[in-house]
Each structure stands twice: as C-alpha cells, then as structure tokens.
Design a protein around this ligand. Structure first.
Ligand code: SF4
Length: 408
C-alpha cells in the first residue's frame, strides 16, 4: 500500500482519475486544499451543516423509497430523521455545544413536517432515489449522486437536488456535471428499461431542479446547450490534467482560507515554504511520483501500442484488398509495406546447426536477419543445414506503415 503522505493522484480502476463535482470545486478553490483532502487524506473537521443536511436527505430518501403507494406516514418520516440524527453525538456532528444540536434537530423535524404537508398530494413513486453512478469518460471515473430522478418519458428525465442550507447557491457547474454524466450513463438506459419496459436510444435531461427544503421553493433549470456543456467539459479536463501533473500550488483567499481545516499544514498560513517541509505537508516524494508517472505512461503506451497494431493489421488487409500500398484518410495518408521474414523457435538449436555446419561466420550476427539471410534462395549453404534451419524457422509477415500529413 502506498504511504499516506505520498499518494499519487487518486486513481480508480484502470488508472482512471476518480472525479466529481465536489472534487473539482475544491481544486478550483485551492489546489493545495484538494491535495490535503484527497491525496494526503487528511481529515477535515466535522461540519454541523453537513450533518443536518445528511439527516434531512436520509428522511426524504426514506419517504420516496417506495415502488408503489402508500407512502410512509409523516410520523415514520420524522422517526427516520430522529434515527439518522441519533447515529452521531453532537460533537461528532461538529456542534460546539449540545444546545445548538438540539435546536437543529427541532428545526429539521419542523422542516420535514412542512415539506410533507406541502407535497403530500403530489407524492408519486419516483424513478430513482439517491442514485449514485460512476461513469468512465475521457480517462476519468466521474461520480454523480442524484437525490431523486423522475422519468418524464421518451428517455427524458428530471433530476431533483435537495438544498437544506440558508439559501440556494445556483451553481451551473453542478448542473452541467449532472447533465453531462447522466446523459452518457449506460446504467440509466438499463434502469429505464427495467422500470418502464422502454428501450430508449438515449437519455436526455428534461430539466434540473434545486428544491430548497427550508422555504419549500423550487428552482428549475432548463437543459444546457452543447456549447455550454462543451466549455464546462474543457474546464473539467483542465482540472484533471493539473491533478495528474501534481500541480497543487495554494491559491489563498479570505473566503477559502477562513473555512479551511488545513491551516496548520499550509505554508501560506505558517509562512514556511511548502518545499521546506515535505513530510509535514505531505508533498509527494519526487522519486515515487516519477515511478508512478512512468508506470501510468507505460500503461497508456501499452494500450496505444495494442490499438496501433490492431489498426495496422486492418490497414494491411485494406491495402491488400485494394491492391495498393497507398491509402488516404481526411488528414493523413499512409504507405503500407509488407515484409516477410523468419523468426526462430529455439535459439540454442539454431546456434547448434550453425556451429555444426561452420556457418557462424556466414550468419555474421545471431540476429534473426542474419540467420534469415542464410535461408535465401541464393545462399550457398549445404542442403542439410538449410533443411535444419528451416525446421526451426517460422515465416512471419510484418507491416511497415509510413504516415504523412495529407498535404505532403
Ligand atoms: S489555508 Fe488557504 S491557501 Fe492554505 S490550503 Fe487552505 S485554502 Fe489553501
């Protein structure tokens, strides 16, 4: 296992970078803060507002986790809130004094009562509740968690996100992330087929909705257009590239530093340059980082080489079928040359034949090319030697493909 303070950027399966909207926003807030949290895995202080929001979410999840009416009663929903609330002590939830925690518990109960009474006539079994998915895209493994998803029909969905804070922070980026990922998530199509028996070719966001539970207000957003999503995605890929490149310079600011739990580790706060205290700050060991970088690049290269061989073989067949060496695409043209030669099964056996027939000098080198030269029709080696060498030889065809830009 990698040492805690020297972890490479978090990678999911197959070297994919695990990513989410919250990771991206923390990186954009301060790359060093991101590193402390997601790479060094230093714990943040518990935040009471997260604990409060989590318990309200748990109660709403319980309310909507029905496949068919009846829905849980109000008393059952409130009980679920109390149960979740009781899982942690006031201090574990991040309160400084128990009285604040008690006040928030009452606030949560009132909030849920109001929500229940306001919406009870509209309750209908949702398509999905607390839907969590990890989608592979562009070298990333992106996670989204949707509080609730409704199916509108024809592959269209509505995503509902509950907000429990003072106000609704309208973050288009979070919505863009929901849209981008849910529309390419193959599992959603399967879920639609399973639940509604409808085989849809694509999933499209109909609208996204922030539901502000304290005020019972809805904030709907239409589907973003391709240009907006494209710009957002460029931003995502830029952040991912910086994380992969281990770019974690701090970007201090009043807002982010005031609420940062890592002040005691931060060189900006202590005045000590980060580079002077790598252990304390969890700076990756440069050699370890290089090794991991090499490993990741090598993995990528192996994958690319495998793809290259596959495409080269297909080009070889295409050139043969068309009876030409020259093939052209939109941007490139290629010259495909076939070379036939030999490889040898058992190097020691080949050496033995060469020695017995005193052909060592003739072969010049013990490379495949040198030995294969002896097998040419015009080489004057004894018939028996030729026969024995041929018994060790396997004929093979290699493709040599030269590539040129189309305009040359
Ligand atoms: S204290 Fe400020 S500069 Fe330092 S890690 Fe936290 S947010 Fe970044």
């Amino acid at each position: 296992m990698t040492k805690k303070n020297n972890l490479p950027p978090p990678a999911g399966k197959s070297g994919l970078l695990s990513f989410s909207y919250s990771k991206m926003s923390m990186y954009e807030e301060c790359p060093l803060k991101y590193k402390f949290k997601y790479i060094d895995k230093l714990k943040e202080e518990p935040k009471f507002y997260f604990a409060f929001g989590n318990s309200v979410h748990a109660a709403l999840e319980f309310l909507y986790s029905v496949k068919a009416p009846p829905f849980p009663s109000l008393a059952e929903v409130l009980e679920e809130f109390r149960r979740d609330w009781g899982l942690k002590s006031w201090a574990e939830k991040g309160y400084k004094v128990p009285s604040r925690a008690d006040a928030d518990m009452l606030k949560g109960l009132e909030m849920l009562k109001a929500y229940y009474n306001h919406n009870r006539e509209k309750f209908k079994p949702p398509f999905l509740v607390e839907y969590s998915t990890d989608v592979e895209v562009d070298g990333l493994l992106v996670r989204i968690i949707a509080d609730r998803i409704e199916y509108v029909g024809d592959g269209r969905i509505e995503i509902i996100d509950y907000k429990t804070g003072k106000d609704v922070k309208r973050s288009p980026s979070q919505l863009y992330m929901y849209q981008k990922i849910s529309e390419i998530d193959p599992r959603l199509k399967e879920k639609i087929a399973e639940t509604y028996g409808a085989r849809v070719s694509s999933v499209k966001i109909d609208r996204l909705l922030y539901y502000h539970v304290p005020t019972l207000k809805e904030y709907p957003f239409e589907r973003a257009d391709d240009r907006e999503i494209g710009g957002f995605w460029e931003r995502v890929l830029g952040v991912a590239e910086n994380i992969r490149g281990l770019k974690f310079d701090p970007t201090p600011g009043e807002q982010q530093c005031n609420w940062c739990d890592y002040k005691k580790f931060c060189p900006i706060q202590s005045g000590v340059p980060q580079v002077c205290q790598p252990e304390l700050l969890g700076t990756p060991d440069p050699v370890e980082a290089l090794v991991d970088r090499y490993g990741r690049l090598k993995e990528k290269m192996d994958q690319l080489n495998a793809q290259l061989s596959e495409v080269a073989a297909q080009l070889g067949s295409a050139a043969e079928a068309r009876g030409t060496q020259d093939l052209a695409g939109g941007e490139f043209r290629v010259k495909v040359k076939k070379r036939t030669g030999f490889s040898f099964r058992d190097r020691e056996a080949v050496k033995g034949v060469l020695e017995r027939f005193e052909l060592y000098q003739k072969a010049l080198t013990l490379t495949h090319t040198g030995i294969a030269g002896l097998l040419k029709e015009d080489s004057d080696i004894p018939v028996a030697a030729r026969r024995e060498l041929l018994a060790q030889a396997v004929e093979k065809t290699d493709l040599e493909i030269e590539t040129f830009p189309k305009d040359r």
